[in-house]
Design a protein around this ligand. Structure first.
Ligand code: ADP
Ligand code: ASP
Ligand code: MG
Length: 407
């Protein structure tokens, strides 16, 4: 039996916690289970490295940023290997480069293309526990790449796929995936099983418990992901194919998520002609600006308005690109609304239930929360609200769908 176990930042936050994890791994090793461990950087290391870089350069070269951030995981992997050796478990650590986690060339947001399993297989055959640095790989030019914030989850799933692991466990600081962030809404409840589709939407819309690309990968290759706590032995949440979940008919909304620190950019009174949206969003894509919700009003008088949301960190870039574009096409105005947030309700049950949108809007109306933008898909409804009312909106929507454990 082969298991991939990923331990997040809090789980390896200090040497006591690393010891605790090492003992946990020891239990598996002693039962003859082959273990590949993926580690994140300790505690808030990645944030601290980012802060240090910002003090030296407001716009650090992306290559050097990846060089810097990849060091966080290297500290934890070596410490974990030492902790395992200290409790009598043979272990060896590897960087992404050493096991050829091959990625594309997008610094700070690279995608994994391939993993060379040779060294892992050799070490497992020697009865060693393999520790792999999460969140990093190398491109074809041997440059170090990172996978995007939270990317260690994706390393774990990629290794589970490449090694045909029997299980992929993601150990974190909560008991599993909850109906919403349990650190934001008190009544949030643990979900025993969730479909890939729902988990992907929740992760993409702010549920940071799993990196969205890890879910994408798990879904593509049918890997069951078990999200659980490194602080206890409770069963966590299984992320599985939709057909394996039996209560599909009953539950309409599986979970609610919040994406804070977003901005809305609108291009007003731009000429209404074919290719305009393609032009705007083509430019955003070229510059790696992550656009989320897009709303275009129906044009009149030959003019149109397009609004979209981007993460606050990208608002400067997005605004600059849009200003350039408006000059090119000859007309229009830009408005920017910072400090907005997106609240989303997600559930595959929405496909067969009506009135879900109404329930969500009524819940917000009762709280006197204004909705700025709305977008829907088959299994998701998202609304833009002000950042200051975001938590209140999240709690209201969560309760309105009967997800609250306190209800
Ligand atoms: P790790 O360092 O272990 O990867 P993260 O901080 O990335 O941990 O993810 C765990 C956190 O995700 C939790 O502490 C919780 O605040 C947050 N979170 C957001 N949405 C959810 C959710 N629906 N269920 C559980 N946790 C969530
Ligand atoms: N250390 C990285 C981060 O903080 C990757 C991860 O923890 O998954 O984003
Ligand atoms: Mg994480």
């Amino acid at each position: 039996m082969l298991i991939v176990q990923k331990f997040g930042g809090t789980s390896v936050g200090d040497t006591d916690r690393i010891k605790n994890v090492a003992n946990r791994i020891k239990g598996y090793h002693e039962r003859g289970v082959q273990v590949i461990v993926v580690v994140s950087a300790m505690g808030h290391t990645t944030d601290e490295l980012i802060d240090q870089a910002a003090k030296l350069n407001p716009d650090p070269p992306r290559r050097e940023m990846d060089m810097l951030l990849s060091t966080g995981e290297q500290i934890s992997m070596a410490l974990m290997a030492m902790a395992l050796e200290a409790v009598g478990v043979p272990a060896i650590s590897f960087t992404g480069a050493q096991i050829q986690i091959l990625t594309d060339g997008h610094h700070s947001n690279a995608r994994i293309r391939d993993v060379d399993t040779t060294r892992l297989k050799e070490s497992l055959a020697q009865k060693k526990v393999c520790i792999v640095a999460g969140f990093q790989g190398i491109d074809e030019k041997q440059e170090i790449m990172t996978l995007g914030r939270g990317g260690s989850d994706t390393t774990a799933v990629a290794l589970a796929v490449a090694m045909h692991a029997d299980e992929c466990e993601i150990y974190t600081d909560v008991d599993g995936v909850y109906t919403t962030d349990p650190n934001k809404v008190q009544g949030a409840r643990k979900i025993p099983q969730i479909s890939y589709e729902e988990m992907l939407e929740l992760a993409s819309m702010g549920a940071g418990v799993l990196h969205n690309r890890s879910v994408e990968l798990a879904s593509k290759f049918g890997v069951t992901v078990h999200v659980r706590s490194s602080f206890n032995h409770n069963p966590g949440t299984l992320v599985v194919p939709e057909e394996r979940i039996m209560d599909m008919e009953k539950i309409t909304v599986r979970g609610v998520s919040l994406k804070s620190d977003q901005a809305r950019i609108s291009a007003l009174d731009i000429p209404d002609r074919p290719g305009l949206a393609a032009g705007v969003f083509g430019k955003m894509a070229e510059s790696n600006v992550n656009v989320d919700m897009i709303v275009q009003s129906s044009g009149h008088g030959g003019k149109n308005t397009i609004s979209f949301t981007v993460p606050s960190a990208s608002v400067g870039t997005a605004r600059g690109l849009l200003e350039g574009f408006i000059k090119e096409i000859g007309g229009g105005n830009i408005t920017v609304e910072e400090n907005i947030a997106i609240v989303s309700a997600v559930g595959v049950g929405m496909k067969s239930h009506s009135g879900v949108a109404a329930t969500m809007f009524q819940a917000l109306a009762r709280e006197n929360i204004n909705i700025d933008m709305i977008s829907t898909s088959e299994i998701k409804i998202s609304v833009v609200v002000s950042n200051t009312q975001a938590r209140q909106a999240l709690a209201a929507v969560h309760a309105a769908f009967g997800l609250d454990g306190n209800a």
